[in-house]
Design a protein around this ligand. Structure first.
Ligand SMILES: Cc1cc2nc3c(=O)[nH]c(=O)nc-3n(C[C@H](O)[C@H](O)[C@H](O)COP(=O)(O)OP(=O)(O)OC[C@H]3O[C@@H](n4cnc5c(N)ncnc54)[C@H](O)[C@@H]3O)c2cc1C
Length: 467
């Protein structure tokens, strides 16, 4: 970096909040997805003024900036793909105030999401968005990816819980969007625009989150199915019966076997699929609903059901689901984690497509996910160094997206577009749809300095996993 520009940056970030060593820069060059890119430097802002000053400087000198939380992104969101400066928001001062009377929490972006769960629950409240990474990812990253998890089925995603924010715009202004009121229809809804914008429209420095009362009871069951197809039909039968479970998770046979060989939980390794269903609410309703779910699973061909009778049994069921990611990681050195999402009634059809793609391209393709909301996670376990296999992976990934979109679904239900899905944007939105989004980006960020290379494909960019 030009020494004069570096001196200007040092004037904004006194002390040890600028990292320029190769080792540090390397550490900030990857996330939980693919690829390694070297930033020129990394800063750890401690105030909104520092961020605004840096953004103005970056505009003057046309330096790319990349906000970053814990870098658990599975789509390449915080990667410094065009050099420039990484803004490490995980070291931003932490603030987490729960306002019980107004059912709100005011947080800074560096707070780890699980800390919000704990703080809310300690006063009888509930913050529902629960990505599996909640013990490590920041609320900032969750907001910008519009993250969710098993509870998305009943409670919705992060965007349903963010009602206000403080944001540094890509031209260095500090603005407030939304506020502390649950209702707000003053002008355009910039809060919703920024949530899920993957760090391309602003740097979030504070958020106001809506909390809800904690449901007083919950019950969980595990059902296993000899035929995967029947698990799909059981999901749609339960949802059309009028019961809205808090979560409905699916694991296919490959996931079941992977978990059993990694950390045995007594799962039936001959089952084609497992469903984990949780209902919550008033204790008497919860008891009745879990029994009804059990009956519906058995009527749809489940080989057996087990309702957890206490918290230990419930924990054990959920632990088997949480073990899927680490367990399948042992199947090969490279994990490509997709999150193609379809309307729920299309789940059985999507599962058939995935089976066909797996056989056609001879790949280790395993499927698990938040089946209740159609959010499937087809994961391909491969080896980045095997060029021939990666070419098959590339084609398989393209066909997974085609299948999802052709069934009325979407490229991403959770992980965002980042760099990995950018080439497929037109497939879902059409040329005009992408163009309208680009116009918004150009109006907010005329010099394209904030998180460039994300969401929108570079001209001619076609490859996803091959570089
Ligand atoms: C094991 C594992 C399980 C996962 N499970 C789930 C899941 O169940 N559901 C789910 O939705 N996701 C899941 N993810 C993906 C990931 O955890 C989420 O996308 C998470 O929200 C990212 O948070 P982060 O703090 O790591 O952000 P990062 O990965 O650092 O950044 C994510 C995006 O947010 C931007 N950003 C971060 N902070 C700011 C800020 N303050 N201002 C502006 N932009 C910012 C970045 O530029 C980037 O585009 C999982 C990931 C892993 C590794």
């Amino acid at each position: 970096m030009d020494p004069r520009i570096l001196r200007e940056i040092e004037a904004i970030f006194p002390g040890d909040r600028i990292l320029t060593g190769l080792g540090d820069r390397y550490t900030y060059g990857f996330d939980a997805s693919f690829g390694q890119y070297l930033p020129e430097l990394v800063v750890q802002p401690q105030s909104v003024e520092q961020i605004a000053g840096l953004v103005r400087l970056a505009n003057d000198h046309l330096i790319p900036l990349y906000p970053r939380g814990s870098a658990t992104s599975l789509s390449g969101g915080p990667l410094p793909v065009k050099g420039g400066i990484v803004i490490d928001m995980s070291q931003y001062p932490k603030r987490l105030d729960v306002d019980r009377e107004n059912l709100l929490a005011v947080v800074t972006p560096s707070v780890i999401t699980a800390e919000i769960h704990r703080a809310a629950e300690s006063v009888g409240l509930f913050y529902p968005p629960d990505p599996s990474s909640s013990h490590v990812s920041t609320i900032g990253g969750n907001l910008l990816e519009n993250s969710s998890g098993p509870k998305g089925l009943k409670y919705g995603t992060t965007k349903e819980y963010v009602i206000g924010m403080e944001v540094v715009t890509p031209t260095g202004e500090v603005i407030r969007v939304g506020g502390k009121t649950v209702k707000s229809v003053t002008g355009y809804d910039l809060t919703r625009l920024i949530v899920g914008s993957e760090g391309t429209l602003g740097i979030v420095t504070e958020a106001i989150l809506r909390l809800i009362p904690k449901p007083p009871a919950r019950r969980t069951l595990l059902a296993h199915f000899p035929r995967l197809k029947d698990a799909g039909y059981a999901i749609t039968r339960i949802l059309s019966s009028g019961i809205l479970p808090a979560a409905m998770e699916l694991m296919d046979n490959a996931c079941i076997r992977a978990v059993e060989s990694y950390r045995p939980h007594g799962l039936p390794t001959d089952a084609e699929a497992i469903l984990i269903i949780e209902v919550d609410g008033h204790p008497s309703a919860v008891d009745e609903e879990i029994r009804r779910c059990e009956e519906l699973c058995l009527a749809q061909g489940a080989g057996g059901c087990k309702v957890a009778e206490n918290e230990d049994e419930r924990e054990k069921i959920w632990m088997s689901r949480k073990m899927v990611s680490p367990a399948i990681t042992r199947m090969g050195p490279t994990k490509i984690s997709e999150d193609a999402t379809v309307p729920r009634e299309k789940i059985p059809e999507m599962m058939e497509h995935l089976k066909r793609i797996k056989e056609k391209y001879r790949l280790q393709l395993v499927v698990f996910g938040h089946a209740g909301d159609g959010n499937l996670h087809p994961n391909i376990i491969t080896d980045e160094r095997n060029r021939e296999e990666m070419e098959r992976v590339e084609k398989a990934v393209g066909e997974i997206f085609e299948a999802a979109v052709s069934l009325g679904g979407t490229l991403s239900g959770e992980h965002g577009i980042g760099i990995l899905k950018a080439p497929y944007m037109e497939m879902e939105l059409g040329r005009e749809g992408v163009m309208m989004m680009k116009k918004i980006k150009e109006a907010w960020d005329p010099n394209n300095i904030l998180n460039p290379g994300k969401i929108f494909p570079a001209p001619g960019q076609t490859k996803v996993v091959l570089r």
